[in-house]
Design a protein around this ligand. Structure first.
Ligand SMILES: [Fe+2]
Ligand SMILES: [Fe+2]
Length: 167
């Protein structure tokens, strides 16, 4: 969020900047998820990651629609926060040998990603409404709902067998 901050003067600038932040983040997540599918051992976890990869591709498209409706160019800005979350996840996953422990690490990393997305979309929905852009808010809310559902699914997977078997 640090870059270009001098260009942010109005709420609208802040909205567009944050939209570009989540656009970049979604694209990084789209690249990271196939690696997580590959690393996951538990079949339900693999499936959950695959399903969310499909949803993530739609998130990118919805954010592009929001750019279009709002009349600004669809482009990303570097988001060191998501880069850090993904980098840390890859570091930790690279060090874990036990498959069940690795699954637990992957779930924890994925939940950190979902929570990042949830905070950004929560903010964007609120700002879109404030700016009188209910059309944008509706699209952003759809992404937010899917992030929440993905997070809840990961919670269930973590609480059911995966973490218990890892203990
Ligand atoms: Fe997403
Ligand atoms: Fe997500």
């Amino acid at each position: 969020m640090g870059i270009f901050t001098k260009d942010i003067k109005k709420m609208d600038d802040l909205f567009v900047h944050t939209l570009r932040d989540i656009y970049y983040a979604e694209k990084q997540i789209e690249k990271a998820l196939p690696k997580m599918v590959e690393k996951a051992s538990d079949s339900s976890l693999k499936q959950a990651f695959e399903m969310h990869l499909g949803e993530t591709k739609n998130h990118v498209k919805r954010v592009e629609q929001v750019f279009k409706i709002h009349g600004v160019e669809a482009k990303g800005v570097d988001c060191p926060a998501i880069d850090g979350i993904i980098e840390e996840a890859e570091d930790v996953a690279g060090e874990v040998e036990d498959k069940r422990v690795l699954d637990a690490a992957l779930i924890a990393a994925a939940q950190a990603v979902e929570h990042y997305e949830m905070t950004r979309y929560g903010t964007l929905v609120a700002w879109a409404k404030q700016l009188g852009r209910n059309d944008c808010a509706t699209l952003l809310q759809q992404n937010l709902d899917e992030e929440k559902a993905a997070d809840q699914k990961l919670n269930k997977l973590a609480e059911s067998n995966i973490n218990r078997k890892a203990a």
